[in-house]
Design a binder for this molecule. Sequence first.
Ligand code: ADP
Length: 589
Amino acid sequence: MPSSRRLRLVLLLLPLLVGVLLLAALAGRQAERQALAREAAQAGEQLSLYAGTLRTLIDRYQTLPAVLALDPELRAALQQPLAAERRQQLDRKLEAINAAAHSSSLVLIDRDGLALAASNWRLPTSFVGHSYAFRPYFQQARRQGSGRFYAVGVTSSVPGYFLSQAVRDEQGEFLGAVVVKLEFPGLEQSWSSPAETILVSDARGIVFIANQPAWRYRQLQPLSAADHAELAASRQYDRQPLEPLQQRTRREIGEHARLAEVDGPQGRRDYLWASLPLPGEGWTLHLLRQPQSVAAAGRSAAMAAAGAALALLFLLLWLQQRRRLARLRAHNQAELERMVEQRTAALRTAQDGLVQAAKLAALGQMSAALAHELNQPLTAQRMHLASLRLLLDSGRHAEAGQAVQRLDALLERMAALTGHLKTFARQSPGGLRERLDLAHVVDQALQLLEPRLRQLRPELQLELARPAWTRGDAIRLEQVLVNLLRNALDASAQQTPPRLAVHLAAEDGQWLLEVCDNGGGIAAEHLGCVFDPFFTTKPVGEGLGLGLAVSYGIVRELGGSLSAGNRDAGACFSLRLPIDPAEEPPCNQ
Ligand code: ADP
């Protein structure tokens, strides 16, 4: 391939390949986006389910402290100092209710924040005797009648959700509070899924529920100094170290989801991070999932797009190649046709030249014979003239008259011969279609060959139907017959005696003219090529191999045919020409 074409191909292919890559990248990105959006929607639905479970759990226990706050026994216990025995009874009562309600613990706190009785009184981590005045859920109950607060237990160190309800006397005076504590290990377990991380964060962004412990007590956003002070006062997370969780949003996906790079407990990873706020509690639920299917979707979409684009590219190249080939083929075809036309024209010119050359050659041969032929009468005439002069000188007029008559006959014969020669050498126009008698044409040809006939003295058998009307060019037909007769004479020259037969008769609506001889015939392997130009078996200088080729052409042109064969002792040529019926002599009978 020439280097310029290679360069052109590279220049064409390079942008196409870049285009394919771009397309693949775009398709990959688009597929990734769609897969992400799908996953985010799925995660959102899952989060709604989790939120529902959490909500149900909290709602179920919210009524418990409210009902207990109406209990006259508890109310009475807060109104006067308790004997040890009474307190013991209260402990047992709370223990029984707690067991029945499946809550984590129940506590009765007096107006100063001191725990009077608790369901966990038997345990070393019992709340009884501890002050919870600093806990927001107590302060909320005192201030607004009820409170809720998530915190790590200062006594038990077990985190839980505290729901409180104020206990009041008939006048509405604050007597103390009933508090129920809910712990969430059951919930965290039910959410446990290795593929997903589920978190609940409080209003400050601190994770306090997590289905994977390592994520618990992480800060999702930085805390202000006021936050720190409040946390210390309420001892909400007590001694838990609150570590920040480093994260960076890479892409937002809708309102509640994003693609984030997180420096989590398992190292730095990308997560699809969906969030759902829980308005009642001021909490937020989070679901983190590694977007594997997203990358796979992106890759396969990119590969599919690249594959499709490449297939299209190859199809285009193939089509282009096909078009080029078709153009080339059409060009070659046109070139071929042009060459064929050129060669045909050249051959036609050459053929015309050869026809003329053949005629001239024949004319040359005949001229030699005729010169010899004319010489004889000339010598005879000279002699006759000399004797005529003598006869006139001696006054023998009668004898002189006879001598002049002989001279006249000789001159007439010479004029006939030269007349034929003149017409024979002329190139006759091909289109001539005069009405003529074929038998007369035979006579003319024989007359032209007279010198040769006289020299060979063949046995001549003539059977000619007269008149044999046909249409054509007399001079050209004469040329055909001269060729056929001369070939027959040439072939039979060595025979003793040479025999020549010419038959002319009507057959199957045509004139059939046969020229046969006793010259030994045409060899079987030559029968197929005697009409070929330049085919000759005659010695160099004698035959041109054009006579039969030219004759064949002339006969065909007149709507007839010429064929060669062998019969008896020699060759036989058959010439067929259409009968011309136009001027049939009328029937006299
Ligand atoms: P040419 O006479 O110059 O050879 P023609 O075309 O007239 O060319 O004839 C071609 C050949 O056909 C002759 O050389 C000869 O071999 C063969 N041929 C033609 N006429 C006869 C015949 N009457 N008998 C045998 N062979 C013949």
